[in-house]
Write a protein that binds this ligand. Structure first.
Ligand code: FES
Length: 316
């Protein structure tokens, strides 16, 4: 059986932000089966694997076309790099749409939360709620202006139903306030990084929203190309040596050793945890350092990055 029966031809590629591209595909020799908001397809990769991407109901999308939003991830297994290298006319294979994150609750109002590339299914939900005449509010959060993809499209879809939040200023997302403003019978949907999902779930449950009205989909970063290995971190100031286990970040290992560390996003995109490297070779997994900075091996983000060498000496 052909597990990737859809043959998709790239019609256009747009850089929505420095890290996120939208790709629009036409379907060769057939049509995409009908799908609803929250659905995804899995695109086949040259390495034999595949990657899920949410289907986007972008405004003005031609009947039968397929739109995806793709984040370029550092240290990926190749999926996002392959997708970002696609050009007009290239062809990929994909599965039929599958939906594990559908709108529920009939005509009940909806409260939508999106973070980062998690906006892709949420955008489609807003479009579908519009079409069904169901009231909703969409809270879209990101680090700083200029890093939120698909804002013009969301403004066109949502009009006054969109609230944009930046962690860098006073508009920062207040989950409790957003939940407090929502109708009591609203269904809550969230797609974004794990921290955002946890905050929305905990906030909704504490306000008495039943668990079956809280719906979420984790935006899973690609797994790094090589499995995590333990390594050592030496602190320049004291000479203390701390082992970072396979399932620990450097920050977690430092905190477990009783050290006070400055950090914020823990996704490698805010720069707060940046640290000087005195010796050793970092395994960079952030999205904030430039290629030159990474190649210098003089600086790293200790929330997500690891080590290629057995020991790193850090300027701590
Ligand atoms: S805490 Fe944001 S980059 Fe590390």
């Amino acid at each position: 059986m052909d597990t990737h029966p859809l043959k998709l031809k790239v019609q256009s590629v747009v850089a929505e932000t420095p890290f996120i591209r939208s790709l629009v595909f036409g379907v060769e020799g057939g049509a995409v089966p009908r799908w609803q908001a929250g659905a995804h397809i899995r695109v086949s990769l040259p390495n034999g694997g595949d990657r899920p991407y949410s289907l986007m109901a972008l405004p003005g999308l031609a009947e039968g076309a397929v739109a995806l939003g793709v984040l370029r991830e550092e240290m990926s297994t190749g999926g996002s790099q392959f997708m970002h290298a696609l050009k007009t006319g290239d062809i990929v294979r994909a599965t039929a749409p599958v939906n594990n994150f559908p709108l529920q609750g009939g005509s009940a109002p909806a409260l939508l939360f999106a973070g980062g590339i998690g906006v892709t299914p949420i955008l489609s939900m807003a479009a579908e709620l519009n079409a069904r005449g169901i009231p909703y509010r969409l809270h879209y959060a990101g680090r700083t202006p200029g890093r939120l993809a698909f804002l013009p499209q969301l403004q066109a879809i949502c009009s006054k139903g969109l609230a944009v939040h930046y962690d860098s200023d006073e508009s920062r997302l207040d989950v409790a306030a957003a939940l407090g403003d929502a109708p009591a019978d609203a269904h809550v949907y969230v797609c974004g990084p794990a921290g955002m999902i946890d905050a929305v779930k905990a906030g909704a449950l504490s306000r008495g929203v039943p668990a079956d009205r809280i719906h979420f989909e984790l935006f899973k970063a690609e797994q790094p190309g090589s499995p995590n290995k333990p390594f050592e971190v030496e602190l320049k100031s004291t000479g203390q040596v701390i082992t970072v286990a396979t399932d620990q970040s450097i920050i977690q290992a430092l905190e477990a050793a009783g050290l006070d560390v400055l950090y914020d996003c823990q996704r490698g995109d805010c720069g707060i945890c940046q640290c000087g490297v005195i010796a050793g070779v970092p395994d960079h997994r952030d999205v904030i350092l430039s290629d030159d900075e990474k190649a210098s091996n003089k600086v790293m983000q200790i929330c997500v990055s690891r080590a290629k060498s057995e020991r790193l000496v850090l300027d701590l």
